[in-house]
Design a protein around this ligand. Structure first.
Ligand code: FMN
Length: 236
């Protein structure tokens, strides 16, 4: 039994890791500010090289979140997925080869299959992508920024913070979806959250109560086998 209003949670770390999945369908249920503050306060215990704590987080709900969504929806017909342009970083390397390309393809196909959207229905696939910019209906939108003079090690620190947020949310019966997609709207997001120019948007994150009836709720992405990913030395 998960009680999100107190700090008494019964999910083990292993269960939270197992249960967390990128969630793309949410209930229209408010996330109390105390619950969100508790998640973020605890997540700030995440490790970072030299304890730089190089992260900056902006959280939106209610009208400010609705205003951002409305702004992006109004811009989409002309801007399309070019977003604000002048992308600040490339989400994927230009030459994404296998096995990475195949994994990316499979994750997409599994999602569209759950939604019964065939490959040739480009319009509905685009529409599903647009759902990113409604936070898939989640009542909280988080934005993770990093100082633009930080390098790869600090970007990795930011990832640790994000995963910790996602696990703490899972522990409280909430769900999340990290969203690099928001990086295409970096100027629009900046205008809404008030981030200074020195900060760079890495990723958004939808956070809310999951809709167990949503067609994508059952999507469980696969993973490469342990021995494909990890080399063990020194054991008999
Ligand atoms: C940093 C990061 C950014 C992501 N950006 C997006 C995104 O923009 N939109 C989306 O639908 N999923 C996004 N995802 C979710 C991944 O597709 C997902 O983590 C992956 O397919 C594995 O599935 P799982 O999270 O359900 O285990 C992102 C994940 C991470 C870690």
């Amino acid at each position: 039994m998960i009680d999100e209003t107190t700090s008494k949670h019964s999910l083990s770390v292993s269960d939270a890791v197992d249960r967390r999945q990128s969630t793309r369908g949410y209930l229209d249920r408010e996330v109390p500010i105390d619950v969100l503050r508790d998640i973020l306060a605890r997540a700030l215990r995440s490790p970072s090289g030299g304890n730089l704590q190089p992260w900056h987080v902006y959280a939106l709900a209610g009208q400010p979140l609705a205003d951002l969504v409305d702004d992006v929806m109004a811009k989409l017909p002309t801007a399309g997925f070019g977003g604000d342009g002048d992308f600040e970083y490339a989400v994927y390397p230009a030459s994404l080869g296998d096995p990475y390309l195949n994994r990316r393809f499979r994750a997409g196909e599994d999602l569209y299959k759950a939604l019964s959207i065939p490959r040739e229905d480009k319009a509905r696939r685009r529409q599903q992508f647009v759902e990113n910019f409604r936070f898939f209906g989640a009542r909280v939108g988080l934005f993770f920024y990093i100082d633009r003079n930080m390098g790869a090690p600090q970007w990795s620190d930011l990832g640790m913070l994000m995963q910790t947020v996602m696990l703490l949310a899972t522990e409280r019966g909430l769900a999340t979806c990290a969203q690099e997609a928001w990086s295409i709207w970096h100027k629009t997001v900046r205008a809404h959250v008030g981030a200074p120019p020195q900060l760079m948007l890495f990723s958004g994150m939808a956070l809310g109560y999951p809709d167990p009836e949503h067609p994508t709720a059952s999507v469980r992405t696969d993973r490469a086998a342990l021995d494909e990913m990890v080399s063990f030395r020194g054991w008999a």
